[in-house]
Design a protein around this ligand. Structure first.
Ligand code: ADP
Ligand code: ZN
Ligand code: ZN
Length: 735
C-alpha cells in the first residue's frame, strides 16, 4: 500500500531522463507494483504519456511542490520486477545512456504500443454422422475428414486456399451443424515441427565438463573447446538438467550465427517450447515470443544478444556461445555488453553463466587467469574427426613466380582435387577488412604509426596516410621503405570478384555466395545454407558469416584468400580478430570422416597470430598478445573511451570537438588519463556526415566517465541540432 510512485516517462529527451514522483490514486494503492505501465500527464500539454513505475514509497520529503496523480493503469501485470530495475540502474550508469533506452530492451515495442495478440477464426468438426444424409458425398466427406484431422488449425480461407475447398461448402456444413468456428489466439512465431535431434552419449571429456558445471559453486564459467569438440551437445545436456530441476535457460548466440542449424538442433531436441528471439523477427513475432516466456509457456530461449532481457522468472543458466564475438556488444544506444549484463544478473539473481568458444577473447581469458572465471576444456573433436592440416602460402612468392591471380598454385591444385572428387570447398574472404591499409606486395611491409603500432589508413581524398588513434599524418610513399620496390599497393578485393575469378579458372563450377549483399532478405541465409548442405553447389564463397558454427561434413578444403585483410585492420584488436577468424574458418574443414585441408594465403607468413593459430596454440597466442597489450597500454590493462561526433558541417564539428578537447584536458589535468585526438575517424565521412573522435585512455572510474559525458553534452548543447554524439567505453573497434 504505497502512496507515491517513482516513474520513468516514455520520452527520448535527455532532459527528462530521471525518476518523476507521482501520487497513486487511492483506488490503485494496493494494485500498483514496480514494473507497471501507467498513463500520466507530463509537461505542459494535456496529453497522456506512458510511464513505468520503478519505485514505490509511502511519503515524500519534498514539501510544497504540487504532485500530479497517476491517471490510470495500462496492464494488469507488471512488465518487470524490482530486480530488473536494479539491472537497469546498473546499465544506465555503466553504458552512459538513458533509463528509457534500457526499459525498451526489457519490453518489446508491441507491448508499449498496446499491440494485441492476433486472433483468427478457426474451424472445428462437430459430428460426422453424414452417412445416409444428403452430405454423404464429395466434397463434404473430404472436408469433414480434413478438419477432423486438423481440429482448430485452419480458418475458412486457409482451407479454401490450401485444400481448394469452396467456402460455400464449408458454410453449408456450418449451417447444418456439422462444423463450427471459434476465435483463438494464434502465435506468429515459427511453430514448424523439426526432425528429432537425437541425444548423444557424451564423451568422457564432455561428461566431466557437464559435471563440473552442474556441481560448481562459481557463477562464471568459460568452456574452451577446439572447433568440433561438441560444445553444442554439452550445452544441450546442461539445459536438459536445468529444465529437470525446474529452472529455465537462455542460450545466446551471435546474431549472424543464429543459424537455422542452431534452431533446428534445439527445437529438434527440446520441441516447439523453445522461444527464438533475434532482430530479424517482426514486431508481432517478438511480441508473441515475449509473452510465451512471460506466461511460463516456454522454459528455454535461443536468441541473439537481446534475448538476455526475456522475462524468465527462474533462470538456472545463461549460456553465451562464441563468447569472443563482437556482436555481444551493442554498437548503438544503449551500448551494453551482454556478457557483462549477464554476469551482473547472475550474481544478483543467483544463476550461472557459461561462455563457450574455441578462441576466448583476451579480456575473458585474462579473467580466467585471474581466477574470476572458472575454466572448463574440451581438447578433442567429439566425433573422432581429426583437426585439419594447415598450409600457409606466401603470396610474395607467387608474385615472384609471376602468378598474379588471387589463387595460389597450391590452392588451385587442391580446388581441382575437390571439384573432381565431388567434395566441397569454402573460400573465405574477410571483406569487412578495409581496403585502406597500404602494404608492399614484394616484401609484405605494412605502413604503421610510429607512436601506436597501429596500421596507417589511406585517405584517397588528399592522398595521405593517417593514424586514427593519435592523429599522426604522413604523405603516401610509392617506394617501399623496406625493400625499395615500387609494389606499394592498397588492398581491396570483394567476394564477387572471387566468384568471377573462380569461374574463369575452373569453368562452370557451381558456387554460392554468402555475404551481407546476398543475405539481406529474410531467410536467405537459411536458403543458402541448406542449398550448400544439400550439395547444390561445390564452392561456398563468403565473409566472416561463414566462419562461424556451420557444420558441413562434406567440406574438405577451406581456402583463406587474404589473411592480411584482418591482420591489418587499424585496431589494437586486429591480432586477436585474426587469430579467431583463422581458427574458426579452419574449423569448418574436415568435420566428417574425410580429412580436411586449410590453405591460408598471406603476405606476412611470419605474423604471430597466424602462426599460433596454425599450431592451434591459444595459450601461446594469449601470452604473446598480453605482452603487446601491456607494453602498448591497451585493454585489459586500461580502458578506452571513445567520444565520437558527427555532423554535415565539418567546420562546426571541428570547432566544437576542439572545444570539448580543451575542456576535457582541463578536467583531466592532474590525472594519469590520456586524451588522444581530436582526429578524423577511419571512415571519415558516412552518409554526408563528417566524423571525428577523441579517445580517452586510462584507468578511469564510471563516475568520471559519466562526468565526461555530461561535459561533452553540455558543451555541445547549443549545437545539438547540428552535431550527433556517440560515447562508448571499450567498443568493438575504434573505426
Ligand atoms: P563445436 O560447437 O564445439 O564446434 P559441434 O557442437 O558443432 O562442435 O559438434 C561437432 C560435431 O560433433 C557435430 O556433428 C556433433 O553432432 C558431433 N558430436 C558432438 N558430441 C558428440 C558425441 N558425444 N558423440 C558423437 N558425436 C558428437
Ligand atoms: Zn598513432
Ligand atoms: Zn617492400
Amino acid at each position: 500500500m504505497s502512496k507515491f510512485a517513482g516513474i520513468i516517462v516514455n520520452n527520448d529527451s535527455i532532459q527528462v531522463d530521471r525518476k518523476f514522483t507521482y501520487k497513486i490514486p487511492q483506488e490503485l494503492e494496493d494494485k500498483i507494483q514496480i514494473g507497471h505501465r501507467v498513463k500520466v500527464s507530463f509537461g505542459m500539454g494535456k496529453n497522456l504519456t506512458d510511464g513505468f513505475v520503478v519505485e514505490l514509497y509511502d511519503d515524500i520529503r519534498e514539501e510544497g511542490i504540487r504532485i500530479k496523480r497517476i491517471n490510470s493503469l495500462c496492464d494488469e501485470e507488471p512488465l518487470f520486477n524490482y530486480k530488473d530495475f536494479i539491472v537497469m540502474e546498473y546499465m544506465k550508469e555503466k553504458y552512459l545512456c538513458t533509463y528509457i533506452e534500457i526499459i525498451r530492451l526489457f519490453i518489446p515495442k508491441g507491448v508499449i504500443k498496446g499491440a494485441k495478440h492476433k486472433e483468427k477464426q478457426v474451424v472445428y468438426a462437430l459430428r460426422r454422422d453424414i452417412e445416409g444424409t444428403k452430405y454423404d458425398k464429395e466434397p463434404y466427406k473430404k472436408i469433414i475428414s480434413i478438419i477432423e484431422e486438423n481440429q482448430g488449425a485452419y480458418s475458412k480461407s486457409e482451407l479454401n486456399k490450401q485444400y481448394n475447398i469452396s467456402l460455400s461448402s464449408i458454410n453449408t456444413l456450418i449451417k447444418n451443424g456439422y462444423l463450427t468456428t471459434e476465435d483463438t489466439i494464434i502465435n506468429r512465431y515459427n511453430s514448424k515441427e523439426y526432425d528429432e535431434y537425437k541425444e548423444r552419449n557424451l564423451t568422457i571429456e564432455q561428461k566431466s565438463v557437464v559435471r563440473d558445471l552442474l556441481n560448481g559453486i562459481n557463477p562464471l564459467y568459460l568452456l574452451k573447446g577446439v572447433t568440433g569438440s561438441g560444445k553444442t551437445e554439452v550445452y544441450m545436456h546442461i539445459v536438459k538438467k536445468m529444465l529437470e530441476r525446474g529452472k529455465s535457460a537462455i542460450l545466446l548466440v551471435p546474431e549472424i550465427s543464429l543459424t537455422p542449424q542452431m534452431v533446428e538442433r534445439f527445437k529438434g531436441r527440446f520441441g516447439k517450447e523453445v522461444a527464438v528471439f533475434h532482430s530479424r523477427l517482426s514486431d508481432g513475432e517478438r511480441f508473441d515470443e515475449w509473452f510465451r516466456v512471460k506466461n511460463g509457456e516456454v522454459k528455454l530461449a535461443v536468441g541473439a544478444r537481446s534475448a538476455l532481457f526475456l522475462p524468465f522468472d527462474n533462470l538456472g543458466i545463461i549460456i553465451i556461445d562464441e563468447e569472443h564475438e563482437n556482436s555481444y556488444k551493442s554498437e548503438s544506444n544503449p551500448k551494453y555488453n551482454a556478457k557483462e549484463v549477464a554476469e551482473f544478473m547472475a550474481k544478483l539473481k543467483g544463476f550461472k553463466v557459461l561462455m563457450g568458444t574455441a578462441t576466448p577473447s583476451i579480456e575473458t581469458y585474462y579473467r580466467v587467469k585471474n581466477r574470476e572465471i572458472k575454466l572448463l576444456t574440451l581438447n578433442t573433436r567429439a566425433d573422432g574427426a581429426k583437426m585439419p592440416t594447415i598450409e600457409v602460402i606466401d603470396m610474395r612468392e607467387e608474385l615472384r613466380k609471376n602468378n598474379r591471380s588471387m589463387f595460389s598454385d597450391a590452392l588451385k591444385v587442391k580446388l581441382k582435387d575437390v571439384l573432381e572428387s565431388g567434395e566441397q570447398a569454402i573460400l573465405f574472404l574477410n571483406r569487412r577488412g578495409f581496403s585502406t591499409f597500404v602494404s608492399c606486395r614484394k616484401c609484405g611491409y605494412v605502413f604503421k604509426c610510429n607512436n601506436c603500432d597501429i596500421t596507417l589508413t589511406y585517405h584517397a581524398n588528399g592522398n595521405f596516410l593517417s593514424c586514427h588513434y593519435c592523429g599522426h599524418k604522413e604523405r603516401l610513399s610509392h617506394i617501399c621503405p623496406n625493400c625499395k620496390s615500387n609494389y606499394v599497393k592498397y588492398f581491396g578485393v570483394g567476394t564477387e570478384q572471387v566468384e568471377l575469378s573462380l569461374k574463369k579458372e575452373f569453368g562452370d563450377v557451381k558456387t554460392l555466395r554468402m555475404d551481407l549483399d546476398t543475405t539481406r532478405e529474410k531467410n536467405s541465409f537459411e536458403r543458402i545454407y541448406r542449398s550448400f548442405r544439400d550439395g547444390e553447389a561445390q564452392v561456398l564463397i563468403g565473409t566472416q558469416m561463414i566462419a562461424k558454427g556451420l557444420d558441413f561434413p562434406n567440406v574438405t578444403l577451406v581456402g583463406v584468400l587474404a589473411a592480411d585483410l584482418s591482420l591489418n585492420l587499424p585496431d589494437y584488436r586486429s591480432p586477436e580478430r585474426t587469430y579467431q577468424l583463422l581458427t574458426q574458418v579452419s574449423g569448418r574443414a574436415g568435420r566428417g570422416n574425410k580429412e580436411g585441408t586449410v590453405i591460408i594465403q598471406t603476405y606476412s607468413p611470419d605474423n604471430y597470430s597466424l602462426n599460433y593459430s596454425i599450431k592451434n596454440d591459444y595459450d601461446g597466442f594469449f601470452n604473446k598478445e598480453l605482452e603487446v597489450r601491456k607494453a602498448m597500454e591497451y585493454p585489459p590493462f586500461t580502458k578506452i573511451m571513445v567520444i565520437n561526433m558527427s555532423s554535415k558541417n565539418e567546420k562546426i564539428l571541428i570547432g566544437n570537438i576542439g572545444k570539448v578537447s580543451i575542456n576535457l584536458k582541463k578536467m583531466l589535468e592532474n590525472t594519469n588519463i590520456d586524451i588522444l585526438g581530436p582526429s578524423p575517424c577511419i571512415i571519415s565521412k558516412i552518409k554526408e556526415m563528417y566524423r571525428w573522435q577523441i579517445l580517452i585512455k586510462g584507468d578511469f572510474s564510471l563516475e568520471l566517465a559519466n562526468k565526461v559525458r555530461v561535459l561533452v553534452y553540455n558543451i555541445t548543447k547549443e549545437l545539438a541540432k547540428h552535431i550527433r554524439i556517440s560515447i562508448d567505453i571499450n567498443p568493438n573497434s575504434l573505426i
